[in-house]
Design a protein around this ligand. Structure first.
Ligand code: B12
Ligand code: SF4
Length: 499
């Protein structure tokens, strides 16, 4: 029996990848590697990552089953692929976050959908596929982390700068824009340390991304476990350099930072989300709201351990007004982060933000599934309260030009050299982030702005009538409320996206 597991490309992201920074932007589809780990050996497995290259599927041997994963931004392509395989009579199973959050949409386009975590149901899916009786839906449950199989790292060995591994699932913080708590649950589940160390040994790459949404967790118990994990990694002499995601409380424990650095931690990605207290309250990021937090001191504490800090912010919150681009760049500079990642506020299905924006009629790119490809967080797909479509693009531009100006990049590289925090990483990171931001900005210019421009005119007109911003009633007369059907009506039609 032959199984293809496919990670679909996003055509818009693929354009951006034709550059020398590409290998730092292509990350392994760990979900598929884990699925492969759950698959009995009698199945011949091929993992296809379309982010590396799109094969000529017709020329490949016909599979007996195709499994497709997808974040929301990959859904458009996922359905296209599913259609092609189904036309050839090959059954298609889809899993991952998008199919889980948009179950009805997915079930109409594939033979079978696995919702949630696959560990509890995948063996059954394979058995049913063998018998030719796939059920339309298999509901996966939150599993014990002891039951997570080792990822089949032997199946994807070339083309990536980073290996990946997962040590925890779930997040109790449940921020309004994020789908992690909805998908993996609010309970923080930790994988047995010996299993993590064992899997680390199977990763060939020297650089590793620990994909956990929060590697250290939020309670003293979580942090104690993180310390034990780092001790075990040091003891096992893994000699990997790794990066991770965590909350700002990482900075509060010096022993934790010492151990992390010794275990190979080189960088931590922290969501600051907003430079204002009102913005933080809006997204509900409880940890950042704690009174008396001094982000600048926290960042310095982490960097003292030669760990770089990537700061992430969201633009387009209801509290964001003109000037937010400069404000974010200045805040990031004040905190002293090594790299800045700014994304447009994007309502992702399954989040509280989605429910709110949908109810208020504020999802602008809403011709689904075609428009899912714009849900990369690098396109403004919603209607923002105080910022018009072109206005928010200008703010992103201002932010990028300020933080990633040549002078500031040179200064940060010099600092990392002076503080012995990896000037090579600072150089590659700054140039890569700058390149990404500029590529996406240019991509936005290639997109047909006509609807956006018309929307601007509409918002301006509305703004002159109402100080309160959008309400459903106000928008109900908008020419953008109805779902467009003709292709020229699609909110942003990307002209050169496939070239
Ligand atoms: C690592 C990561 C990345 C990597 C990508 C790695 C990769 N190729 O998979 C990078 C950095 C490139 C990335 C990019 C983006 N990401 Co990201 N990412 C993650 C992160 C932190 C971990 C993913 C992971 O490896 N999880 C571990 C595996 C084991 O879990 P899993 O993939 O869910 O798989 C399990 C199940 O879903 C299921 N399953 C999955 N696929 C399939 C397929 C089949 C057939 C079956 C049966 C089952 C199944 O089985 C697996 C085992 O239980 C998640 C958060 C999270 N907790 O998942 C966010 C997350 C997936 N990303 C998110 C987002 C928004 C993005 C971006 C759009 C924006 C951004 N800049 O961050 C871009 C997308 C770029 C694009 N190509 O379009 C959102 C997605 C929400 C959504 N509805 O789409 C998440 C959930 C984070 C969040 N805060 O909400 N991301
Ligand atoms: S943004 Fe981070 S802290 Fe907030 S719910 Fe998502 S994973 Fe948790």
């Amino acid at each position: 029996m032959r199984l293809y597991l496919i990670n679909p490309r996003n055509p818009l992201v693929s354009i951006a990848k034709k550059s020398r920074w590409r290998k730092y932007r292509v990350w392994k589809p760990l979900g598929l590697l884990m699925l492969a780990g759950l698959t009995p050996r009698e199945w011949e497995i091929k993992i296809i990552d379309e982010n590396l290259s799109v094969p000529d599927y017709e020329a490949l041997p016909r599979p007996d089953l195709v499994g497709i994963t997808a974040f929301t931004s990959q859904a458009t392509r996922a359905y296209e692929l599913a259609g092609e395989f189904r036309e050839r009579g090959v059954p298609v199973v889809m899993g991952g976050i998008h199919a889980t959050m948009c179950l009805e949409e997915a079930t109409e386009r594939v033979d079978s959908v696995v919702t949630g975590e696959a560990e509890s149901v995948w063996p059954q899916v394979l058995q049913d596929a063998r018998r030719g009786h796939l059920r339309p839906v298999y509901a996966g449950e939150h599993v014990s982390m002891a039951d997570v199989p080792p990822a089949r790292n032997d199946l994807l060995t070339n083309g990536y700068a980073f290996g990946s591994i997962q040590t925890t699932r779930g997040c109790p913080l449940d921020c309004s824009f994020c789908s992690v708590s909805a998908f993996n649950g609010k309970r923080y589940r930790q994988r047995p340390i010996e299993k993590v160390v064992e899997e680390f040994r199977t990763i060939r790459e020297r650089l590793v991304l620990i994909v956990d949404d929060n590697l250290i967790g939020t309670s003293p118990g979580h942090i104690a476990r993180a310390k034990d994990l780092f001790r075990a990694m040091i003891h096992a002499k893994l000699r990997k350099k790794w990066i991770c995601q965590a909350t700002i409380n990482t900075a509060e424990d010096d022993e934790l930072l010492t151990l992390a650095a010794k275990a190979g931690c080189k960088g931590v990605f922290i969501g600051f989300e907003s430079p204002t207290e009102e913005g933080l309250a809006e997204v509900g990021k409880k940890f950042n709201i704690l009174k008396g937090r001094d982000f600048r001191t926290s960042v310095r504490r982490i960097q003292r351990h030669k760990i770089s800090v990537v700061g992430s912010f969201i633009m387009g919150l209801d509290t964001d007004e003109r000037g937010i681009g400069k404000r974010i760049a200045d805040a990031a500079e004040h905190y002293g982060v090594d790299l800045l990642n700014v994304l447009f506020l994007t309502p992702l299905p399954g989040t509280r933000l989605w429910d709110r924006m949908k109810a208020q009629g504020r999802i602008a790119a809403d011709s689904f599934p075609e428009d899912w490809k714009y849900f990369t967080l690098t396109f403004p797909v919603a209607r923002y309260k105080h910022l018009s479509w072109t206005g928010i693009l200008q703010e992103m531009d201002a932010c990028d030009r300020r933080f990633y100006s040549r002078r500031r990049i040179l200064y940060r590289i010099w600092c990392s050299f002076w503080r012995r925090r990896g000037p090579q990483c600072a150089t590659v990171g700054n140039l890569s982030f700058r390149h990404n931001l500029r590529t996406y900005r240019n991509l936005c210019k290639k997109v047909d702005l006509s609807r956006g421009r018309a929307l601007d005119a509409y918002t301006e007109e509305r703004a002159s009538h109402s100080e309160a911003g959008f309400t459903t009633e106000e928008l109900s007369g908008s020419p953008f409320m109805s779902t467009p059907v003709a292709s020229q009506d699609v909110p942003y039609s990307c002209r050169d996206s496939e070239s």
